[in-house]
Write a protein that binds this ligand. Structure first.
Ligand SMILES: Nc1ncnc2c1ncn2[C@@H]1O[C@H](COP(=O)(O)OP(=O)(O)OP(=O)(O)O)[C@@H](O)[C@H]1O
Ligand SMILES: [Mg+2]
Length: 209
């Protein structure tokens, strides 16, 4: 129960104890967490539900400050994962980095669709490195600032993609595959950047959490 004091304290700064208590009870119930089970690390799960209550019950003058206090607590308690970096030379490395993508996605609390997108993007980029550049590196970096996201960086010192514009136009005919891996990755990404030349290829793709 003590664990609840911090979040209850924030709410009681802006609301009567009775309203604060019932908002908290309702949020806990919606997340199937009993007051006895609640831990500080659950705060980020309650945040969005409590924000709704703040918008409905807190006076306009205090609203922004109340939302900021809740957002800060959520930020502090959100799960994070360490970045990972995998050197790629074989098909087996592709499945290793694919598993890492899934693990990191789940660890940062992404929904299953997002986990699937990250896993697909990572394995397309990793497979391209092994197939066309021979070797390279793939990194998955969780970023936890105001815009939570996963950054995927793929880099190699291979021959480069000669017809990059054609590939990204969707009119490319591949001899080795469907010719949709790179464009598909771009479409799944919230931000995508590729630089390719005779000294190698570098792709940065981001997905918001
Ligand atoms: N890292 C890379 N280095 C050099 N060339 C690459 C690299 N990645 C992709 N390419 C080139 O760009 C083309 C398009 O890649 P893309 O992943 O879109 O399709 P694909 O690999 O041919 O087929 P698939 O749909 O199975 O992925 C490839 O056929 C290859 O010629
Ligand atoms: Mg490909």
């Amino acid at each position: 129960m003590d664990e609840l004091n911090e979040i209850r304290g924030i709410l009681e700064r802006y609301l009567s104890p009775m309203i604060a208590r019932s908002m908290l009870q309702r949020a806990l119930r919606e997340r199937s967490i009993t007051p006895e089970q609640y831990k500080r690390s659950d705060a980020h799960k309650l945040g969005p539900l409590l924000e709704r209550g703040v918008l409905l019950f807190v006076s306009e003058a205090d609203r922004e400050s109340a939302l900021r206090a809740l957002a800060t607590l959520c930020e502090e308690t959100r799960p994070t994962a360490a970045a990972c970096r995998v050197e790629l030379t074989t098909e087996n490395d592709v499945s290793i980095v694919r598993n890492e993508a899934r693990r990191i996605g789940e660890e940062v609390g992404a929904d299953s669709y997002t986990v699937q997108k990250v896993t697909t993007m990572v394995s397309e980029l990793a497979r391209n490195i092994v197939m066309y550049a021979g070797s390279g590196t793939l990194e998955i970096i969780p970023i936890n600032d105001h815009q939570r996201r996963l950054v995927i960086r793929a880099s190699d010192k291979g021959p480069g993609i000669p017809n990059l514009q054609l590939v990204l136009s969707g009119r490319y005919r591949s001899k080795t595959g469907l010719g949709r891996g790179l464009l598909g990755t771009k479409r799944l990404a919230d931000h995508f950047d590729v630089v390719s030349g005779p000294e190698g290829t570098r792709v940065v793709a981001e997905i918001r959490l």
